[in-house]
Design a binder for this molecule. Structure first.
Ligand code: FES
Length: 165
């Protein structure tokens, strides 16, 4: 092969292959880490369910803070757990974890479709009970149990796959 041509492409096939493998492993490590973090969070909720409530009920909003057909983010049961308070168009309040059960992307409330939508892989959950409507999520999205106390909305527990935490 012409030496000038070789100098124009200083990385030979072996090095190039090595870089590709290294980059691939780096991506794999990051993806595995993200999956592990999501799994640990879901496992923590699972343990909470087995061991009974291990978190305090918390006032998350006033009824006047949200309007029908809208959602308000909050954190529950731990400060780092993302959740969504939703007031359905009929006025009923419901709340769900905000992390998709597939790979933990944050879901958004879509009132017109009565669903929580995950834009990462087009997953969707019913706003009625958290069941999977479409896409790759393997489980329903956990429901946060709420209680209306006067004009205050309290998060009091987490419901997983039909059970309670
Ligand atoms: S992360 Fe939600 S569908 Fe994949």
């Amino acid at each position: 092969m012409d030496k000038n041509l070789i100098d124009s492409f200083p990385v030979d096939w072996e090095d190039d292959n090595y870089v590709t493998r290294r980059e691939f492993l780096k991506f794999g490590t990051v993806a595995s880490g993200a999956f592990a973090v999501g799994s640990v969070g879901i496992a923590a909720w699972g343990r909470a369910r087995e061991n009974g409530p291990s978190f305090e009920p918390r006032m998350i909003a006033l009824t006047g803070d949200i309007e029908p057909g809208n959602a308000l983010p909050f954190n529950f049961p731990r400060e780092k757990d993302l959740a969504l308070l939703i007031q359905k168009p009929d006025g009923e309040f419901v709340a769900y974890a905000r992390r998709c059960t597939h790979l933990s992307c944050p879901v958004v409330y879509e009132a017109a479709q009565s669903r929580l939508f995950c834009p990462c892989h087009n997953g969707a959950f019913s706003v009625e009970d958290g069941s999977v409507l479409q896409g790759p999520p393997p489980h329903p999205i956990p429901q946060i149990e709420i209680e209306i106390r006067g004009d205050e909305i309290w998060a009091i527990g987490v419901k997983l796959h039909g059970g309670h935490a």
